[in-house]
Design a protein around this ligand. Structure first.
Ligand SMILES: [Zn+2]
Length: 128
């Protein structure tokens, strides 16, 4: 049985985020990119995080801190625009994490994405 994608889409990893992490395809929507970036956090894939981060806001060391949290699940709460015909969009989500057995937390953010030359990129986000 194929492994479920970490992003929680219900699809297998191979049919969901893997092509984006491997650079075989570009995510068609802002939400698909958001999901692939969550999966990259789960898999500690700094290469995918760097390649999908807008150069104007990308940290010098994308890998810094990647090992600190254990990610436990993603919920997409809403989106605005970010579709295949759009040039910008937002995705609001909650990502659940743990720093230890008893320390559960969540990261809630509205992320901004832009599409440049047909490729969606993460710009920044507001914590909420
Ligand atoms: Zn996925």
């Amino acid at each position: 049985m194929a492994a479920a994608c970490p992003c929680g889409s219900g699809a297998s990893f191979a049919a969901c985020c893997r092509p984006y992490l491997r650079g075989e395809a570009h995510a068609p929507t802002a939400e698909a990119l958001m999901r692939s970036r969550y999966t990259a956090f789960v898999r500690r894939d700094a290469v995918h995080l760097a390649s999908t981060w807008h150069p104007s806001t990308r940290p010098l060391d994308v890998a810094a801190g990647l090992d600190e949290l254990e990610w436990r699940g993603l919920e997409i709460l809403g989106t605005t625009d970010g579709g295949e015909g759009d040039e910008a969009g937002t995705v609001t989500f909650v990502a659940h994490h743990a720093t230890g057995v008893l320390t559960l937390g969540q990261h809630r953010e509205t992320s901004r994405f832009v599409r440049e030359d047909g490729v969606w990129l993460y710009v920044d986000g507001d914590l909420s």
